[in-house]
Write a protein that binds this ligand. Sequence first.
Ligand SMILES: Nc1ncnc2c1ncn2[C@@H]1O[C@H](COP(=O)(O)OP(=O)(O)O)[C@@H](O)[C@H]1O
Ligand SMILES: [Mg+2]
Length: 259
Amino acid sequence: MSTQVHNQVRPIALSLRDVNKSFGEAHIIRGVNLELFEGERHAIIGPNGAGKSTVFHLISGQFKPSSGEIRLGQQLISGLPAEKINHLGLARSFQITNIFPKLSVYENLRLGVMQRFGMQYTLWRPIAGYVKVRELTEQLLEQVRLTRHRDTLGGELSYSEQRSLEIGMTLASDPKVLLLDEPMAGMSREETDYTVDLLRELTAGRTLMIVEHDMDVVFSLCDRISVLVYGQVVATDTPENIRNNKQVQEAYLGTEVAA
Ligand SMILES: Nc1ncnc2c1ncn2[C@@H]1O[C@H](COP(=O)(O)OP(=O)(O)O)[C@@H](O)[C@H]1O
Ligand SMILES: [Mg+2]
């Protein structure tokens, strides 16, 4: 028996302890507990309005929890400003594509890389001369497979290429933990498959938390899944166990799983 494996303590990359968030009278996030192991790919699924994006905003520092603790590794991050949390090793994308449409692909990625080093974008500094920035930008360009579009304006890329660019920008800070909010939303089957493949490659060795509605994506990409319903985690388990969980089927998956 593999007791040794079971007894191994896996380092925790991200944890939420009894996290609550209210907006005025509305108690939206209601005692969320979550632990992500280092290197795991973890999906958050749940119906619209369950609070998935809000959980992301709480982790990344856009919102402060009303109560509870969030830790990145051992470090308490709840209450810190978003920028500080980013510098500690957490990056996120938003549900809405968030790139600079009037800058080229290369310039978009370079901005991300410069932010990592705390550099401001100024017109008069010879930024092209910063060898390290250039090297890292080139590397990212290749990693997100956009080398042939280096001089294309962000706004002129196809939708899925824009999402690739956005993922590249979140990776520019070389984060330990990456949060992606519906990165495949609005994509065709083909684009989705392509992006899953890209994500698998780009997130190797990192910890990923992803909100995604497409169950094929979730089941093929992720090690574990948490189901969020009405601001509470009703289950955290492997894809297979989630698929067979009656409570989950009733609360969310319904016909998709039954079919
Ligand atoms: N800034 C806010 N102020 C008030 N209510 C909000 C705010 N942000 C989100 N909500 C509410 O919180 C609930 C969860 O929203 P959200 O986290 O976007 O859900 P999901 O991403 O799971 O679809 C919704 O009812 C939404 O209206
Ligand atoms: Mg959302």
